[in-house]
Design a protein around this ligand. Structure first.
Ligand code: G4P
Length: 529
């Protein structure tokens, strides 16, 4: 097996969107093209959603919300494609942020009628901060929606992107005739026969050709010519390097449900999307084609099998090859570990794998050794940078509701925090535990999981906090001592032992900053998550 060739044929990416824009449907269609699943047509009753993606937890079945992040892999045109699924629900946004540390590029799905929605804005912002190459897919063209140019404007303004369309719709909704593929210079005709697999493609590199009228009608032909003239006048020419650098974002139009424009997207994707990219460790930049293995944990998933209390740690291979039964250094714990049954992921199943290459995701069975952000290497002491924790939005005391199960409760809380389900703060004054989350839903998830996985019961009590601010530890002076004395009630330690100020209101935060200017408050933790 040629090591270098294996790496360059890998494409590891995430699909992000606001819920309901069509992420699941698009994922299914991509799997169909890869031959990874056989079932063509619409995703009625969310069959694939339920069986192929992220359906590992009972709670998810109950709520129908994608709590988990999973991996779907398939081969297309000899490319090994790894799709990292991301939960769309905003209460699980932190999960998605963490998954974005493991992707080499993303596809953003936008609903043609709804345009850019809130969740998309947040996720794209994280991608932009990390210079992740982005392709935009505007979905549901079979429905009435916004004008294509207005949408492109909206994407530029709300998402802060520089776009260039690589395809352009011919009509929309009832009038939708097809798509002109600017990249390949051909027309895809939309038949309206929704369950169809492959649509008709007609090469059209010369749009002045009067044959265009015969294919889409005189009115649509005229509009298309005008639109394309405008496109070439207004938008920059597509440049692969600019896309790879995160400075230019190609846009495709289509309808995932009708399998329309998906092949164009996929064909272009495998051609232009990056192979595994180098990753910055605290010590140095690590290249994927280095011989020695290194990787990091970006996701921990509990209880894949409800009968066993084991967890699966998802490791992104950053460099070299990960091999079964080979000792690797768990850098944080400073110990060597071997894995006899590492999992690789395929469309609908996971399998034990002997070798995984840079770009791949390996699932390691874990009995509590891993935390999110942990690095594994062949021996070198590398620390990959994760994304810092942000201040949670909700805070509640957690109380033990069953005195006989205190140990189980503490263990459960500990492990759920290692998984990154929520953030734990322990009050300095009285040692009470406060759980901070992004969304209120997580409290139910935690309660449910504590009960079903650890046999522990908990109750919550409101704790009004406006923002968690990490306190810079260097400022040990008189002012700092005074700050600690006066604000004692609002001080806590996070899971890494860092001091955190839990400001109860925006006003109190502002006053504190004014009164103790030498006490540095940060709004994210620098520590790895
Ligand atoms: P998500 O993962 O981003 O949340 O979205 P998902 O794929 O589940 O799609 C949300 C809804 O939008 C689904 O309908 C899906 O069928 C529909 N959809 C996706 N792509 C298209 C498209 O190109 N055109 C049209 N018209 N609809 C599309 P649903 O009724 O909520 O669910 P289902 O019962 O059809 O699965």
């Amino acid at each position: 097996m040629d090591f270098a060739k294996e790496i360059v044929r890998r494409r590891t990416f995430g699909i992000i969107s606001h819920p309901d824009a069509g992420k699941t449907t698009l994922t299914e269609k991509l799997l169909l093209f890869g031959g990874a699943i056989q079932e063509a047509g619409a995703v009625k009753n969310n069959k694939i959603k339920k069986s192929a993606t992220s359906d590992f937890m009972e709670i998810e079945r109950q709520r129908g919300i994608s709590v988990a992040t999973s991996v779907l892999a398939f081969i297309y045109k000899n490319f090994k494609i790894n799709i990292l699924d991301t939960p769309g629900h905003k209460d699980f946004a932190e999960d998605t942020f963490r998954t974005l540390t493991a992707v080499d590029s993303v596809i953003v799905v936008i609903d043609v009628a709804k345009g850019v929605e809130e969740q998309t804005e947040k996720l794209v912002e994280v991608c932009r901060m990390r210079n992740i190459p982005i392709i935009v897919f505007i979905n549901k063209l079979d429905r009435e929606g916004k004008d294509a140019f207005d949408l492109l404007d909206e994407v530029e303004q709300k998402l802060g992107l520089v776009v260039t369309p690589l395809s352009f719709p011919i009509g929309m909704g009832y009038d939708f005739k097809g798509i002109y593929n600017i990249y390949e210079k051909n027309i895809n005709l939309f038949s309206g026969n929704s369950k169809k697999n492959i649509e008709e493609t007609i090469a059209f590199d010369d749009l002045t050709n009067s044959g265009l009228e015969d294919v889409i009608g005189p009115k649509a032909a005229e509009t298309l010519r005008e639109n394309l003239e405008l496109v070439s006048g207004v938008y920059p020419e597509f440049d692969v390097q600019a896309y790879l650098d995160g400075n230019l974002q190609p846009v495709f139009f289509g309808s995932a449900l009708n399998n329309f424009g998906v092949r164009e997207l996929l064909d272009c994707f495998v051609e232009i999307a990056p192979a595994p990219r180098p990753k910055m460790a605290e010590e140095r930049l690590v290249e994927p084609n280095e011989k020695d293995f290194s990787g990091f944990v970006f996701k921990i998933h509990a209880n894949m099998d409800p009968k066993h209390r084991d967890r699966l740690a998802f490791v992104k291979v950053v460099s070299g090859t990960f091999e079964r039964n080979t000792p690797y250094l768990h850098v944080r714990q400073g110990k060597k570990m071997k894995f006899s049954s590492p999992n690789a992921f395929f469309a609908e199943k996971k399998e034990i794998v002997d070798v995984s290459f840079a770009g791949d995701i390996v699932g390691l069975h874990d009995t509590g050794n891993f935390k999110i952000g942990d690095t594994l290497t062949q021996g070198e002491k590398l620390h990959y940078k994760g994304i810092p924790s942000f201040s949670p939005e909700h805070f509640r005391y957690i109380n033990n509701a069953d005195p006989m199960k205190a140990k189980q409760l503490n263990k459960g809380i500990d492990q759920l925090m290692d998984e990154g389900v929520a953030q734990l703060f322990t009050l300095e004054m009285n040692g009470r535990k406060v759980i901070g989350t992004v969304g209120a839903l997580q409290y139910e998830v935690i309660q449910y999981r504590l009960e079903h996985e650890y046999g522990a019961k908990c109750t919550y009590e409101n704790f009004p906090v406006h923002k968690a601010c990490w306190v810079d530890p260097e400022a040990e002076n008189e002012e700092f001592t005074e700050f600690k004395r006066v604000k004692q009630k609002f001080l806590a330690k996070d899971k890494h032992g860092q001091l955190v100020f839990l400001a109860d209101s925006a006003f109190s935060l502002q006053m504190t900053q004014q009164k103790y200017p030498s006490v540095k408050l940060r709004f994210t933790s620098d520590k790895q998550v």
